[in-house]
Design a protein around this ligand. Structure first.
Ligand code: GAP
Length: 458
C-alpha cells in the first residue's frame, strides 16, 4: 500500500472509530488541534500507564512528579528557552505559505544549515522554489521563538506578568531537584519521571499527530555522578526506549538510531541520540536520549541562588549531578501504535481492516455479544458476563446487527477478544471466545474468562 494511502486510511479510521479527530470542528476546525475520542483516550491512557509502570512503579531508582504547566518565567530565561528556543521561519511572498526555512532548504538541496539564517536566505533565493506554489520569491529568514506566551492575573511575578506554557516537561523536574532529594531516600544514580502536556508554537505543525503545538511528553531526568561510566547507562537507556516502542507494537526493523554529530550538539551535551521510527511518511524522530552534563542544575543554581547539589556520603564529596535524559513523545507513541497495528487482510473472501494492537495496548480488551438480540434469555446472560468482566477490563456489550458486523467493528478498534453467548451457554455455562488475530474460536467456561483474558494480556 502506498505510504500516502496508508496514512490517509489510518487518519480516516481514527475519525470513523473515535480514536482521533480534528478538534473544534463545529467552529470550522482549528489548525493542527486534535481530539482523542473514546477509544483514543483509552489507548493514550494505556500507553501512559505502561510507561509509568515500566519506568516508575517497577523500579526503585525512579520516582514521579506532576508539575504545573505554567512555571515561573525565570525558569525559561535561565534555561535559555526565551531567547534560543527558535526555529528559522520564511514566508513565500507569492502564495503566503509559511515554512521552516532549514527544512525546505535541506529537502531541496540536501544541505543542513540549521542556525545559519543568512546562508539559508541565499540558498533559498538561488535554488529553492516554494513547495506550495512553485514560485521563488522569499521573505527574509527570521528566527521565530516557539514559546507559547500567556499572561497571569497576578502582580509581582515578573515584568508585565508574562508567563509561558511549558515547552517541555523537564524544567519542573530540575527546579524540584532539592525537594525530591529531601523528601525521598534516593541516592545517586536516581531518576525523576513526569508525564504531561507541553506546548510549542511550531512554525509548521502537521502529519496528523506527529507534530502538534499542544502535545504530551513522558520524560525522565536521571541524575548521575559526574565521573561515572555514563556510556553504559546511555546504551542501556537506548535499549529500554527501543524496547518500549516494541511493547507498543513497533517492529524492530522500523526503528533506527540517529546520533547527532558533535558539531550539532547543544554546547552542554556530551551525546544525543534520536530513536527514529519509519512512519508512513518516512523515518523521523520518535524518542530522544541526551547527556545534558550539569547544565540544568548548574544554571538554575546560579540564577535562583539555591544550591542544587548532591552530597555523596560514601565519598564525602559534594557535586552538581549530571543528567541523562530519555524523552518520549506520547502522541508519537500513539501514532506508532496505530501504524504498527493497522492491517488490511482477506478473510474467507472478505476484506477486513484490523488494528492488531498488543492486548496490553488495546483500548477495549473484550466485547461480549448475545448471539441473537431478540432472545431475552441470551441477552440477559450476556449482560451478566459483561457485568462480571467490566470491573476487571475495559469491555463492550454489543447486540447490534449480525455477528459478522459486530466482529468487523471490534476488529477495527482492535479488541483482542470477542465473547459470544449462545444457546449452549444456557445449557452448560460455556461461551465462545474468538481471537482477533488467529480468528480461532474456542469454548470455555464463563467462570474461566477472567483468568483466560488476564493470562493473554500478561
Ligand atoms: N526535554 C527534551 C525535549 O523536549 P525534544 O526532542 O524537543 O526534547 C522530546 O522533545 C520528544 O517530544 C520528541 O522526541 C518527540 O517525541 C516529542 N515532540 C517534540 N516536539 C513535538 C511536537 N511538536 N509534536 C508532538 N511531539 C513532539
Amino acid at each position: 500500500m502506498a505510504a500516502q494511502d496508508r496514512m490517509e486510511k489510518i487518519v480516516s479510521l481514527c475519525k470513523r472509530r473515535g480514536f482521533v479527530n480534528s478538534a473544534s470542528e463545529i467552529y470550522g476546525g482549528f489548525a493542527n488541534s486534535y481530539n482523542y475520542g473514546p477509544y483514543g483516550s483509552e489507548l493514550k491512557k494505556n500507553i501512559k500507564d505502561l510507561w509509568w509502570k515500566k519506568f516508575v512503579n517497577n523500579r526503585s531508582d525512579i520516582v514521579g512528579i506532576d508539575g504545573p504547566i505554567i512555571l515561573h518565567p525565570k525558569l525559561w530565561e535561565a534555561s535559555g528557552h526565551t531567547t534560543s528556543f527558535n526555529d528559522a521561519m520564511v514566508d513565500c511572498k507569492e502564495c503566503k505559505s509559511r515554512f521552516r526555512a532549514d527544512n525546505i532548504v535541506e529537502d531541496a538541496t540536501g544541505q543542513d544549515l540549521e542556525g545559519k539564517l543568512e546562508q539559508m536566505k541565499q540558498l533559498l533565493d538561488e535554488k529553492v522554489n516554494c513547495p506550495n506554489c512553485g514560485k521563488r520569491n522569499w521573505s527574509d529568514v527570521k528566527n521565530f521563538n516557539m514559546m507559547f506566551k500567556t499572561s497571569m492575573n497576578t502582580t509581582g511575578v515578573c515584568d508585565e506578568a508574562v508567563a509561558y506554557l511549558r515547552p517541555e516537561t523537564a524544567g519542573a523536574i530540575f527546579i524540584e531537584f532539592k525537594n525530591i532529594l529531601d523528601s525521598t531516600r534516593q541516592k545517586i544514580p536516581f531518576g525523576v519521571a513526569q508525564i504531561g502536556k507541553a506546548f510549542r508554537n511550531e512554525i509548521v505543525a502537521g502529519n496528523f499527530i506527529f507534530r502538534l503545538r499542544e502535545f504530551e511528553q513522558m520524560e525522565i531526568e536521571n541524575f548521575i555522578a559526574p565521573d561515572c561510566d555514563w556510556q553504559s547507562m546511555f546504551e542501556d537507556w537506548l535499549v529500554l526506549q527501543e524496547e518500549f516502542a516494541m511493547e507498543l507494537g513497533a517492529k524492530k526493523d522500523k526503528l533506527r538510531r540517529y546520533e547527532h554529530p558533535k558539531e550539532k550538539l547543544s554546547h552542554y551535551s556530551k551525546k544525543t541520540v534520536d530513536i527514529e521510527y519509519e512512519y508512513p511518511f518516512g523515518f523521523k524522530e520518535l524518542y530522544g536520549l541526551a547527556h545534558r552534563s550539569d547544565f540544568d542544575l548548574k544554571v538554575h543554581s546560579e540564577k535562583s541562588g539555591e544550591k542544587l547539589e548532591y552530597f555523596d556520603e560514601a565519598t564525602n564529596q559534594r557535586y552538581i549531578p549530571h543528567v541523562l535524559e530519555p524523552t518520549f513523545g506520547l502522541d508519537r507513541s500513539i501514532l506508532v501504535a496505530l501504524d504498527s497495528a493497522y492491517c488490511e487482510e482477506e478473510v474467507n473472501g472478505e476484506q477486513r481492516v484490523v488494528l492488531k494492537f498488543p492486548p496490553k495496548v488495546a483500548p477495549v480488551k473484550a466485547a461480549i455479544f448475545p448471539l441473537l438480540k431478540n432472545k431475552p434469555e441470551l441477552v440477559s446472560v450476556a449482560k451478566q458476563v459483561f457485568d462480571n468482566l467490566k470491573t476487571s477490563f475495559v469491555c463492550e456489550f454489543d447486540d447490534n446487527g449480525n455477528i459478522g458486523k459486530r466482529y468487523r467493528r471490534q476488529d477495527e478498534i482492535g479488541t483482542p477478544f470477542c465473547i459470544t453467548v449462545d444457546f449452549d451457554t444456557l445449557e452448560n455455562d460455556t461461551v465462545t471466545i474468538r481471537d482477533r488475530d488467529s480468528l480461532e474460536q474456542i469454548r470455555i467456561s464463563s467462570k474461566e474468562l477472567k483468568d483466560y483474558i488476564n493470562q493473554k494480556i500478561a
